[in-house]
Design a binder for this molecule. Sequence first.
Ligand code: C5P
Length: 237
Amino acid sequence: MKRAMLYEGKAKKVYRTDNPYELLIDYKDEATAYNAEKKAVFVGKGQLNNAISSILFTMLHEAGVDNHFIRKLSDTEQLVSAVTIVPLEVIVRNVAAGSMAKRLGLEEGTPLSQPIIEFCYKRDDLGDPLVTEDHIRELQLATESELALIRQSAAKVNDVLSTYFDALGIQLIDFKLEFGHKEENGQLVLADEVSPDTCRLWDKETGERLDKDVFRRDLGDLSTTYQKLLERLGAAQ
Ligand code: C5P
């Protein structure tokens, strides 16, 4: 079933399968930050991210957000629909943090009056620069109708995930999504991963970071943090 490796990313390996419309994703133990300038291995991280993203993709599917996830195959592997990725990182923010807080001189933790969406051009060699919709049009990274669908889906993901995490005592600060067209029928769906590698999640009571900032900012052991998060998600099932 697992065939040739198609692509190795920073946190995942992608393999072909016997079905041309399905791919296998193997989550790695490696963590990277700051465009891969900082790297480390956390034993068990791949397994934890596979478990967490499988739970979140399943929940999003049940809430009506079409996505590439088909099923979890093993501790570190999941089966997904093959997609052609739209070369945009779609960032949704509820609270100022990270690069937005820095860029705009806001104190990290400042609530935003409404969710903010940002687009970055997926180009490692350029450091994934922030782009406006005019740039997206100029570079033909997505059509108007694709952008409208992406905005709509990103807003829905924000509603669903914010409500879900809130019930667990966790605030969804921000997150990054990627979208792709299914090779099978061209449908635009949510793809890549939804995990603590790609979200900021703060404990509502203590402010404890339950995401990759623990690695970015040397706040502790990443696998221990992700295990804690998985246990809290498990309690909601
Ligand atoms: O660094 P920044 O504040 O722009 O990140 C916003 C959100 O997007 C964070 O949740 C971060 O984990 C996520 N992100 C990501 N991959 C990137 C850039 C940001 O998952 N390449």
